[in-house]
Write a protein that binds this ligand. Structure first.
Ligand SMILES: [Zn+2]
Length: 323
């Protein structure tokens, strides 16, 4: 079908994520059959944006949740992950009822355990578990080299390191898990415009990660000769325990002895305890790309406390933002 859409310059910046998804999936809609109508409701039932402000203004698709659900009207962008695509993805499975075999094709909104990145130039990259990768590699996206079996964050960091997400301030979309609940994913689809707030979109909503702090933490580890510890849970244990509210002063004291400059390392850590729990997983992914990621970061602000060569182990662990 032919698409017109609102001119980019008029798009609300908060809607950048929707706009990028819409542009990145043009081929998916063009190769699919569905009918649109002029809605009588004030806004999309999924993203709740007024019809004048969605990517295809005043074009809606009727959508029904299950057999008994009422009819709702969703915008083309929110409808897109619900479109089954033989051309772009391929065969998901055959549905067998009696003697009838019906092909079921893949949908973005049914990619369980899969991620996605949409670059500022609206280029889509998908990360799939190996089984799904094999299923969809013959589809158009597979043939275009847009599929990989990397973890979503690893793919994101590789794209960032290659300059594919430049300029970051223009906005890109990071989907941690497409999952199967399209509503949960699309309701608050949030673009990322700064590494200090990496918005991780998933079927269960959106969460934020201070990727900037993670990169500076990785840099501290490297500077202090601790790069090999980046993804080791045992190394981070006192910090992880503290983030969960389980203080262990003795273990923390021993940790301070292992780190050449603990003040600088603690200063670099993300401040949010939930993000600190992700330190080993995220840092293990950041470390291989560190040199390429550093140009995207500003140097850390100077420490407020005087630098000491080797802080005494008995130093009061209540200071600082660790606990
Ligand atoms: Zn919508």
């Amino acid at each position: 079908m032919k698409e017109t859409g609102a001119p980019q310059s008029e798009v609300n910046p908060r809607y950048r994520g929707y706009q990028l998804l819409y542009r990145a999936t043009r081929n998916l809609r063009q190769s699919a059959f569905f009918t649109t109508l002029t809605p009588k409701t004030p806004s999309c039932a999924c993203c709740e944006r007024p019809w004048a402000e969605v990517e295809a203004p005043f074009e809606a698709v009727e959508y029904r949740y299950g057999k008994n659900g009422g009819t709702e009207y969703v915008c083309l962008t929110c409808y897109t992950p619900r479109i089954a695509s033989e051309q772009m993805l391929g065969l998901e499975r055959m549905n067998v009822t009696g003697n009838t075999r019906t092909p079921v094709y893949g949908k973005l909104g049914m990619l369980v355990g899969s991620g996605g990145i949409i670059t500022p130039a609206a280029e889509l990259h998908l990360t799939l578990p190996p089984k799904l990768f094999e299923k969809y590699r013959q589809g158009q996206w597979g043939q275009e080299g847009r599929l990989s079996t990397e973890k979503p964050l690893a793919r994101l960091l590789a794209l960032l390191a290659q300059g594919e997400l430049d300029p970051v301030s223009e906005g890109f979309v990071y989907i941690e898990n497409w999952g199967r609940k399209v509503d949960g994913l699309m309701r608050h689809l949030t673009p990322t415009t700064s590494l200090r707030e990496l918005w991780c979109n998933s079927e269960s909503g959106v969460s934020v990660l201070d990727l900037h702090a993670m990169v500076l933490t990785a840099q501290q580890l490297k500077t202090q000769g601790l790069a090999a510890q980046a993804d080791r849970i045992m190394f981070w244990k006192p910090i992880l325990d503290a983030a969960e509210g389980k203080r262990d002063d003795k273990a923390f004291g021993q940790w301070l002895e292992k780190v050449p400059d603990p003040a600088a390392l603690l200063h670099a850590l993300p401040t949010d305890p939930h993000e600190r729990l992700k330190l080993p997983a995220v840092l293990g992914t950041v470390m291989p790309h560190l040199d390429a990621l550093l140009p995207y970061c500003e140097p850390p602000a100077p420490l407020q406390i005087p630098m000491v060569e080797a802080p005494p182990v008995s130093r009061d662990p209540q200071q600082g933002s660790l606990f």
